[in-house]
Design a binder for this molecule. Structure first.
Ligand SMILES: Cc1cc2nc3c(=O)[nH]c(=O)nc-3n(C[C@H](O)[C@H](O)[C@H](O)COP(=O)(O)O)c2cc1C
Length: 382
């Protein structure tokens, strides 16, 4: 990948991004990260809020929350945020006030885990069956079940809007319910929700339409999509790109390009292990470029995954690969990364993409153990 060291081009990343879709103070977005910081009942805590606000204060132009479940039967994780009740509206309000005060914008990510909903009494999926790694069966969804999920997304979007969020993001990546509908591995239906891509996309189109109806035309609706399932028998990039363009033509404002699911081949998982500044950086950039070249001008492309250094990100902007750049694990290591970069410390992210942060969630709140030991003087990745 071409790198740009030209200072002027790097500076463009930090300039206000004026546009008709979603103006932002710079090009950096904090990508969604489950933090394990909510209560076991799914309620936001002060720690949950402060962890999000620190990335806003650290310079990110927009902050995407973790995947909040829209209904209890869509819950995948422990201590995950729930937008399934009106109790969440006041939580969004506190969060959006604080994120706005830090000069950033708030996007609430909405999710249903389908067969991966391990915290639900009964899990639902397009055709029933087990999610890889799960020991629980799921029930095949009826068309009425699909309608109910769409309406749960719409209700959650209304709560996010009422709480002052600047937009919502429909999570259609990483193996969640809408990936399962897209997937020939999971989706064995023979009604209008299965078979050809157009049918496998139908649930995603319907949830978008329900969210748009509920939130109105002026509200920003984002969608995160895995551009390939990256697993034998799963859907590939051709279908991922076609689906992304179709969703943009439906009116999605910002399309977040991601890849794979936990069960994908290692190079296709969403959080690729071992990515570092330079050649291995930005593994999903090709997908973003393919979408961006045909995307309507009324939309933006957000590229997420393995972005670690200013020269590479500046080159991606210069080449027109994407409009916005999503960063996740580096913010877990350094919440103030963007301010550090803006203040002339252009060293790449300290994140070594080891995914130790995922494992910290088994014990408590997501954290970077590498950075912690570095701060304690035991290790210096820079
Ligand atoms: C601890 C952790 C939690 C995550 N939780 C979410 C999530 O809730 N929703 C989502 O769309 N992606 C989630 N992701 C994936 C990231 O948003 C991102 O797509 C991925 O980590 C690649 O970006 P990176 O290389 O900058 O980390 C999570 C990643 C990590 C490391």
């Amino acid at each position: 990948m071409k790198e740009i060291n030209d200072r002027e081009k790097i500076i463009k990343l930090f300039m206000p991004f004026e546009n008709d879709v979603f103006p932002l103070r710079n090009r950096f977005v904090r990508a969604a990260a489950w933090l394990g910081a909510c209560s076991t009942e799914g309620r936001a805590t002060p720690l949950f809020q402060s962890r999000l606000v620190e990335t806003a204060a650290g310079g990110a132009a927009a902050v995407i929350t973790e995947a909040a479940y829209v209904s209890p039967d869509g819950r995948a994780l422990g201590r995950q945020w729930g937008l399934d009740s009106d109790a969440a509206t006041a939580e969004v309000r506190r969060l959006s006030d604080a994120v706005h005060a830090a000069g950033s914008k708030l996007i609430v990510q909405l999710s249903h885990a389908g067969a991966a909903a391990s915290y639900a009494a009964a899990a639902y999926s397009p055709s029933g069956g087990m999610f890889p790694g799960s020991d629980k069966d799921s029930l095949a969804m009826t068309q009425e079940d699909i309608r109910k999920v769409c309406s749960a997304f719409a209700d959650a979007a209304e709560r996010a809007k009422a709480g002052g969020a600047d937009g919502v993001e429909i999570h259609a990546a990483h193996g969640c319910l809408f990936t399962q509908f897209m997937s020939p591995l999971f989706n064995k239906r023979n009604d209008e929700y299965g078979g050809a891509l157009e049918n496998r996309m139908r649930a995603m189109r319907e949830v978008y339409a329900a969210v748009r109806r509920a939130a109105g035309d002026g509200f920003s609706v984002w969608l995160k999509l895995s551009m390939t399932e990256g697993a034998p028998g799963g859907y590939g990039p051709d279908e991922g790109i076609e689906a992304a363009l179709a969703m943009l033509s439906c009116g999605v404002n910002v399309l977040e390009v991601s890849s794979g699911a936990a069960y994908s081949d290692p190079q296709h998982v969403p959080a690729v292990v071992g990515v570092s500044a330079g050649d291995s950086e930005a593994p999903f950039a090709g997908y973003a470029a393919a979408v961006k070249s045909k995307a309507p001008k009324s939309s933006l492309i957000l590229l997420t995954g393995g972005l670690r250094s200013l020269p590479v990100i500046a080159a991606l902007l210069e080449e027109g690969t994407a409009d916005l750049f999503g960063i996740c694990r580096p913010f877990i290591a350094e919440p103030d990364l963007i301010n550090r970069w803006a203040e002339d410390d252009a060293r790449p992210s300290a994140c070594i993409s080891c995914n130790a942060c995922f494992r910290t969630a088994e014990e408590g709140v997501v954290d970077c153990p590498i950075m912690r030991s570095r701060q304690e003087g035991e290790w210096d990745p820079l």
